[in-house]
Design a protein around this ligand. Structure first.
Ligand SMILES: *Cc1c(COP(=O)(O)O)cnc(C)c1O
Length: 340
C-alpha cells in the first residue's frame, strides 16, 4: 500500500529532473564565494524578492535566527504572532543566540497596527526596547493563512514610524504570493530581512535564503559563519533550489486546490474544518487524537496532530488529487472503526 504523507510539505523528495540538475551542477567553495551555482541562486532569489542581495542557508531556522541576530541587540523585544515558528519551533534560538524576548500579539497568525502601537515600550529605564516586528506569511499554525495586505500596511506604517525593523518569515512566501495573486517582491518590500524556504512546497531537499540589502547580507554572512552555516560545495543543493524556483512556484496553485478538495472531503466525513484553506494546509478537529493517529497510520496515511483534538494536513508536490481521494477513503475507514 502506498504511503500517503500529509504531515508536512517538507517530506517531498527531489524529482528526477531536479536530481539531474543537482548532478550536473557546477560547484566551488562557497565560503570563498566561489560556487557559481550558489551565486546564481542568490542572485535569482534577490531578484524575486526585490532585494539587493540574498544569502543561502542550510535551514529556515538558521535563516530566521541569523536575520533576528542581525536586527537586534541582547535584551530587545521582538513582536511576533502567536504560535509563530521563530518562537515555538526553533528550539529557543532567539533567546539562546540573540538574547531577545519574543512577545506574541494578535490572534490566528495576524495582528494589527494598534497591537504593535500598544507594545512600543517607552524609552525609560524599566522597559526592554521593542526593536523588531516579525511577520509569518503564510502562517503555519494558523493553517497556512495569508497575512492580509491591509493589516500589514498598518503594521508597517506604525513600525516604521517608531523606528522598528521588520523581519518576514516567508518560509511559505510563494504560497502567499500565488494565493493572493501578488508579486513576491511586493510582499517582501516592507521588510529589512525576508527568509524563504526551498524545502517546503517548492520541493528542494535542503535550503533557505534571506533577502536583504547589500550591507545587511554582508553582516549576515558573518553571522552564518558564526552559527556554523558556512558551506563549501553547496552548489549541488543550490542547483535544486534554482530548479525549484524555476519549475515549482506556479504549481503551488495545484496544492492549494488540492487542500480545498481535501477540506471538502473531510467535512463530508463529519470532521469540522477550521475555515476554507487559503493555501496548502487544512486544520481539522477530531477528539480522539491518539485513536485517529493510530487508525490512519495503520492504513499508511500520515497526518500530524498539532495539539489535542487538532490535526494539520498539508498538500504538496508528492500528493496528487487522486492520492487525496485515496487518503479520504482510508480516513473514512479509520473513522468508521473509531466511531464504532
Ligand atoms: C519550516 C518553517 C521554517 C524553517 O524550518 P526549518 O525546518 O529549519 O527549515 C520557518 N518558518 C516557518 C513558518 C516554517 O514553517
Amino acid at each position: 500500500m502506498k504511503v500517503i504523507d500529509l504531515r508536512s510539505d517538507t517530506v517531498t523528495r527531489p524529482t528526477a529532473a531536479m536530481r539531474e540538475a543537482m548532478m550536473t551542477a557546477e560547484v566551488g567553495d562557497d565560503v570563498y564565494g566561489e560556487d557559481p551555482t550558489v551565486n546564481r541562486l542568490q542572485e535569482r532569489a534577490a531578484k524575486l524578492l526585490g532585494k539587493e542581495d540574498a544569502l543561502f542557508f542550510p535551514s529556515g531556522t538558521m535563516a530566521n535566527q541569523a536575520a533576528i541576530h542581525s536586527l537586534t541587540r541582547a535584551g530587545d523585544v521582538v513582536l511576533a504572532s502567536k504560535s509563530c515558528h521563530i518562537l515555538k519551533y526553533e528550539s529557543g534560538a532567539a533567546s539562546a543566540f540573540s538574547g531577545v524576548q519574543i512577545k506574541t500579539i494578535g490572534e490566528q497568525g495576524v495582528f494589527d497596527a494598534d497591537e504593535v502601537r500598544e507594545n512600543l515600550h517607552p524609552d525609560e529605564q524599566h522597559f526592554a526596547p521593542t526593536t523588531v516586528v516579525a511577520v509569518e506569511n503564510t502562517h503555519n499554525m494558523a493553517g497556512g493563512r495569508v497575512f492580509p495586505a491591509e493589516l500589514l500596511e498598518g503594521v508597517v506604517a506604525v513600525a516604521r514610524e517608531a523606528g522598528l525593523r521588520l523581519h518576514l518569515d516567508g518560509a511559505r512566501l510563494f504560497n502567499a504570493a500565488i494565493a493572493s495573486g501578488t508579486d513576491p517582491a511586493r510582499l517582501a518590500e516592507p521588510f529589512d530581512t525576508v527568509s524563504i524556504c526551498l524545502s517546503k512546497g517548492l520541493g528542494a531537499p535542503v535550503g533557505s535564503l534571506v533577502g536583504a540589502s547589500f550591507e545587511r547580507v554582508h553582516r549576515l554572512r558573518r553571522i552564518r559563519k558564526m552559527f556554523g552555516g558556512g558551506m563549501r560545495q553547496a552548489g549541488f543543493l543550490a542547483a535544486a533550489g534554482i530548479y525549484a524556483l524555476e519549475h515549482h512556484v506556479e504549481r503551488l496553485a495545484e496544492d492549494h486546490a488540492n487542500a480545498r478538495f481535501l477540506a471538502e472531503g473531510l467535512q463530508k466525513l463529519g470532521l469540522p474544518v477550521a475555515g476554507t484553506p487559503e493555501t496548502n494546509m487544512v486544520m481539522f478537529d477530531f477528539e480522539d487524537t491518539l485513536g485517529l493517529v493510530r487508525g490512519t497510520r495503520a492504513r499508511h496515511l500520515l497526518i500530524n496532530p498539532t495539539g489535542p483534538g487538532r490535526f494539520r494536513a498539508v498538500t504538496h508536490l508528492d500528493v496528487s488529487a487522486s492520492d487525496l481521494e485515496e487518503a479520504l477513503a482510508r480516513l473514512g475507514e479509520a473513522l468508521e472503526e473509531l466511531r464504532g
